[in-house]
Design a protein around this ligand. Structure first.
Ligand code: CAA
Length: 282
């Protein structure tokens, strides 16, 4: 299958990193979001990251060459209609994702694969919004996509073996280590395991057994995590984790963290991006 042009829908925390990764691997990238300000912000984050990698001698070509392969697009329109592969990285809301997939189905050529970076929603339900469910697949990256090695590829009920295989091989071309999940399960494998650890941490916090600093010390210095649990929540965004916990609840997977996340979201304590979460970021 011809795969030269990639469309990334959503230029937020995950989308900009995914666009960067595809551009680093030599693909022409369309990066789409709802306004130019978000896109400009995404481009400056991509440039910062590429400069960092360049400083460390980790790029095969100049950062500016890589950036020149990324074209920003406001909205979804005919200008992206020659993309061979699309990956959606919008917020974790099923209705929104279904609207995006319906539009992608209308715009993109018949051979194009439509992937979603959802971390908790059903691939099959997203695929129902298209007339090509066999070409819809989950491709789940971790934050920050350029540094995190694992990619989860997950099939929906109707995803073809060919679509899953192309996506799996594509993750390898991006320099990642993919895993294949043949069943459409909410939360893939990582978030089911990580979710349990986060839930246990919230319970320990809420029962006053230990504070977040103590729990984070255990994660870092005993469990060998690169970040503490609450540090990680701040890093990925408490709003993101709130949406994930809400959507998992719809599948009967209850999170003891939900109320805590909701309270923090209401106070705009979203983590690193808002300057305060569990920790402060002056
Ligand atoms: N691009 C390039 N360089 C980057 C970068 C990026 N996006 N992000 C960080 N770096 C650089 C830092 O600037 C730093 O550079 P210097 O050495 O020049 O200072 C270097 O990487 C190391 O970073 P840090 O010093 O901040 O700390 P670190 O060694 O802990 O590495 C980390 C940072 C790779 C993020 C590491 O802490 C880590 O692996 N954390 C866990 C992240 C994780 O688990 N992510 C998954 C979350 S779940 C998810 O995303 C999915 C979901 O479904 C919600």
């Amino acid at each position: 299958m011809k795969l030269e042009k990639v469309l990334v829908v959503g230029a937020g925390t995950m989308g900009h990193g995914i666009a960067e990764l595809f551009a680093m691997a030599g693909y022409q990238v369309y990066l789409s979001d709802i306004n130019q300000e978000i896109l400009d912000n995404a481009l400056s984050k991509i440039k910062w990251s590429l400069d960092k990698l360049q400083e460390k001698g980790q790029l095969k070509e100049s950062a500016s060459n890589i950036v020149s392969r990324i074209k920003t697009v406001v909205g979804l329109n005919e200008s992206v209609s020659d993309a061979d592969f699309a990956i959606e990285a919008a917020i974790e809301k099923l209705d929104l994702k279904r609207q995006i997939f319906s539009k992608l189905d209308e715009l993109l050529p018949a051979h194009a694969i439509l992937a979603t970076n959802t971390s908790s929603l059903s691939i099959s339900k997203i695929a129902e919004a298209t007339k090509r469910p066999e070409k819809v697949v989950g491709m789940h990256f971790f934050n920050p996509p350029v540094l995190m090695q694992l990619v989860e590829v997950m099939k929906g009920e109707k995803t073809s073996d060919e679509t899953a295989k192309i996506t799996y091989e594509l993750a390898k071309k991006l320099g990642k280590t993919p895993i294949m999940i043949n069943k459409d399960v909410p939360g893939y494998v990582v978030n089911r395991i990580l979710g349990e650890i986060i839930s246990a941490s919230c319970i320990i916090l809420q029962r006053g057994i230990a504070d977040y600093l103590t729990i984070d010390a255990v994660a870092r210095y005993k469990l060998g995590f690169p970040m503490g649990v609450f540090e990680l929540l701040d890093y990925t965004g408490i709003d993101v984790n709130y949406y994930v916990s809400k959507s998992l609840e719809e599948y009967g997977i209850k999170s003891p963290c939900s109320a805590l996340f909701e309270e923090k979201v209401k106070k705009n304590e979203l983590g690193v991006k808002s300057g305060k979460g569990f920790y402060s970021y002056p």
